[in-house]
Design a protein around this ligand. Sequence first.
Ligand code: ATP
Ligand code: MG
Length: 460
Amino acid sequence: MRLRADGFPRSLHGRLLILLLPTLGAVLAFNLWSDFRAAREYTREPYDQALADTAVALAAHIQVHDRVLSLDLSPQAALTLRARPFDDLYYVVRGPNGAVVTGQEDLPPPSAPFVQSPSFYDATYRGAPVRVVLYRTATALGEVTVQAAQTTRRRDELTRRFVSEDLLQDSLLVAATLVLVLLGVRYGLRPLLRVRADLEQRPSGDLRALQETDVPSEVRPLVHALNQQLRALRQASEAQQNFLANAAHQLRTPLAGLQTQIEVAAQEQDPQRLREDVAGLLASVRRASHLANQLLALARAQPPASLSHGTQSIDLKEIMVDSASVHFDRAVANDVDLRFETGTAPLHGSKWLIRELAANLIDNALTYTPPGGNVTVRCGVKAHRPFLEVEDTGPGIPASEQARVFERFYRLPGSAGEGSGLGLAIVKEIATTHAATIAITQPERGGACITVTFPSCAKT
Ligand SMILES: Nc1ncnc2c1ncn2[C@@H]1O[C@H](COP(=O)(O)OP(=O)(O)OP(=O)(O)O)[C@@H](O)[C@H]1O
Ligand SMILES: [Mg+2]
């Protein structure tokens, strides 16, 4: 039997045996004990009665001659009395004054004075357990006591036989129960073995659902849960393939452009035009590199990679303060007035992912707000929920486009700059990982305001 680290068996058979054996053992012991008591009770009554009859028979042979008591027992009667195949019989007859008339005068007396006649008690005589009866009878000289004792060998033998027969029956019952339980487990596990065989026979990567209809109701929830996991894996695998195809397609375009630009530059003779071509090349390389960075960020923002970042207690305010200088540099370059209105906003999450989320929102605001505009970054706690908000005075996002801007590679027609259309998809993945909600609103003075609200004391 293989054991787990805590000493408990690994197999169901083993566990059932560990649970059943002590229980059945206890039931068996109790049963034997109560059988033993019952057997003793049942054998006691007829044997006591026979002993009492013996005492009465002895009393019937008591004679009074010349005011002298005697037991007139013919040799035949004495022989009959003693003719017990298993047990020894002893007796003593005492007169009204307690003087022994005949018999074994050392027979053990009762431990308490007896009132009933006949009355019985247990004692030991000549090293063997005996059952004793006391019987009183009236004679012309007064009350005479007959005390008859018999060894208990026969009764004990009967009790032993009774109990050993029961022990045999009970043991058979326990053995049958154990066999039935173990067979039942084996039979009950057959549907699971079928599921296992089904999974083992599949080629690797076959994520089709398992048959749920012909499994027993106890196993169905397990198969159902497995199917849900298989479905999730299927969807994840499809999403990954789509993403890979999209990414390859998106990367091909700038790489093809780069190739053409390099070919043109290679033919260029004029140093001034060559410098311009190289500057164009540099811009294209930057775009391709940005696209690659965004693809990488998206890959790291979605499960299962997103789950591997680990979570910790963080404060949005600290993250904003840490990364502000990078954004200020871009704001100055774009001639946009960038402001931070930050309050402490504690939450549970991944620092790297939250920084990525904030960076994409601020980057969009700075990119799409024309020179002279304003961008305000806020964070804090509203209705017990930490939030991050980026508001700008740019062109805004029309309500009809608000769902689509979170799609991968989607950009609003005529958008400024040369983004890859992945920023808001990254924001959405990170928000989902943190169980946060995203809302796009249009401030009165125009522009866009995107708010990400986290669950209170978010644990992700
Ligand atoms: N603050 C904003 N104001 C106006 N339009 C916006 C704003 N933020 C996003 N958009 C629109 O939503 C589109 C999708 O934004 P997203 O950040 O996903 O991609 P991107 O900025 O084009 O590229 P990337 O961020 O990957 O470099 C943008 O192309 C833009 O049209
Ligand atoms: Mg963007």
